[in-house]
Ligand binder design. Structure first.
Ligand SMILES: Cc1ncc(COP(=O)(O)O)c(C=O)c1O
Length: 425
């Protein structure tokens, strides 16, 4: 004990304790719902993060796709500061200026179907609202029996019970059964499997244009068009979950623009708030009319602070043309990942994605090791399964950041390759 007290504690040692201390206390006091890593970030700017020991990291996750305009974007901070010094939460019995402004902006950006918006606090909450809207619209129009929703295997729509019922992943659903009734599941990019599930009770089809948590599985253009046609023919609502694909992530402001279709209802969240919690349901006047006072609501949904941040995010997109720039980085990133695949074809099974929503699937369960090793080398990475790493960098990522990551990945995979070869011999 005495020895410990007398030990000279260097500045480095002292600092080092901070990450671990906070991490250990976190483990003690927070429910164990995430596999947390032992680094605590205290500062961020655009694509970079600093931990409490002052070490700088490059972010390839955007906080699960929330920071498309970068961490603590100065224009978002300024709008937020300005708003919170005036009013944060006027209550939803009253409109607030930022709320109306953001709704108007979202409608103008979704011309063709966007005429009304409902604001929630998160993605899952917005999905809950969209489920209610689709059911209410269909019930009002056709009678009580039209309430079923078709979603897709490997999808992810959120953790609340309605959204979880749409999330067709047994591992996530089974501990919480019984789930909300009225969900059917089809296979992505398989029209026959969709047609098998459609019946006269179907009110909506819910789909992510690119499945995010499910492993970056891209919906085919032909399939999306056929889904749209089927929905139009049978008066089924096509509900797009653009919570992860929205706001420039796939090379367009919204992923549906890549498909030449329009949805009936679109759900967005994550990066709309530039780091602030927000979610939104967007639809046309006719469908939105199913909601009337008392049918749906949220105390905090669309609070003035989150909406002011949302306005700043959309203005930032317009002012800085970041989609154009991010497209270039997306093409470069994808080609570099494909080069990696050519170099390590015995390790990498597939590279896939759209825009800056990319993934590498390995032939072996090495994703966890790469994420942990990445953090030690100051890269913030994310795995969506034991085999797959997902890349969702802030859209303002620069070529030099991608180059640095490639040096790291190359070195790491070379190590794996050597080990695999020596095991074989
Ligand atoms: C496509 C999609 N839908 C819904 C959600 C749930 O959003 P939230 O975590 O904000 O509730 C997510 C979150 O990752 C998502 O990626």
């Amino acid at each position: 004990m005495a020895e410990k007290v007398n030990k000279v504690i260097t500045k480095d040692d002292k600092n080092k304790l901070k990450n671990i201390d906070i991490y250990s206390e976190g483990l003690k006091y927070l429910m164990n719902t995430y596999s947390r890593l032992p680094v605590v970030f205290e500062k961020a700017a655009m694509q970079y993060l600093w931990d409490v020991e002052g070490k700088k990291y490059t972010d390839f996750t955007s906080g699960y796709g929330c920071l498309n305009v970068g961490h603590s974007n100065k224009e978002v901070i300024s709008a937020l500061k300005n708003q919170i010094s005036k009013i944060i939460q006027p209550s939803n019995i009253y409109f607030s200026q930022p709320q109306v402004k953001l709704a108007k902006l979202l409608c103008s950006l979704t011309a063709g179907f966007g005429e009304k918006v409902f604001f929630a606090n998160s993605g899952t909450e917005a999905i809950e609202g969209a489920i209610k809207l689709a059911r209410k619209y269909s019930t009002d129009k056709y009678g009580k029996k039209r309430y079923e929703i078709i979603s897709f295997y490997n999808s992810f729509h959120g953790r609340t019970l309605g959204a979880l019922s749409a999330t067709a992943q047994t591992k996530k659903q089974s501990p919480f059964e019984p789930l909300l009734q009225g969900f059917r599941y089809a296979s992505l990019n398989d029209m026959d499997s969709v047609k098998n599930e459609v019946n006269d009770k179907t009110c909506a089809i819910l789909i992510e244009p690119v499945q995010g948590e499910g492993g970056i599985n891209v919906t085919d253009k032909k399939f999306m068009k056929e889904l749209r046609d089927l929905c139009t023919e049978k008066d089924i609502l096509l509900v797009l979950d653009e919570i992860q694909t929205g706001f420039g992530r796939t090379g367009k402001l919204f992923a549906y623009e890549n498909y030449n279709i329009i949805p009936d209802i679109m759900v967005v969240a994550k990066s709309l708030g530039g780091g602030m919690p927000i979610g939104a349901i967007i639809s046309n006047d006719k469908i939105s009319a199913a909601f009337s006072p008392g049918t749906h609501g949220s105390t905090f949904g669309g609070n003035a602070a989150s909406c002011a941040a949302g306005v700043a995010v959309l203005e930032y997109f317009k002012k800085h043309d970041i989609i154009e720039a991010s497209n270039k980085q997306g093409i470069y990133f994808l080609s570099e990942l494909n080069n990696l695949k050519d170099r390590y074809e015995n390790l990498i099974k597939e590279v896939r994605g759209m825009g800056l929503m990319l993934a590498v699937e390995f032939k072996y369960p090495v994703a966890d090791e790469i994420v942990k090793f990445g953090l030690k080398n100051f890269f913030v990475l994310n795995k969506v399964s034991d085999f797959t790493i997902r890349f969702l960098p802030p859209l303002i990522i620069e070529r030099k950041d991608i180059k640095n990551l490639m040096v790291f990945l190359n070195k790491t995979l070379k190590g794996f390759d050597k080990n695999a070869k020596s095991k074989k011999n």
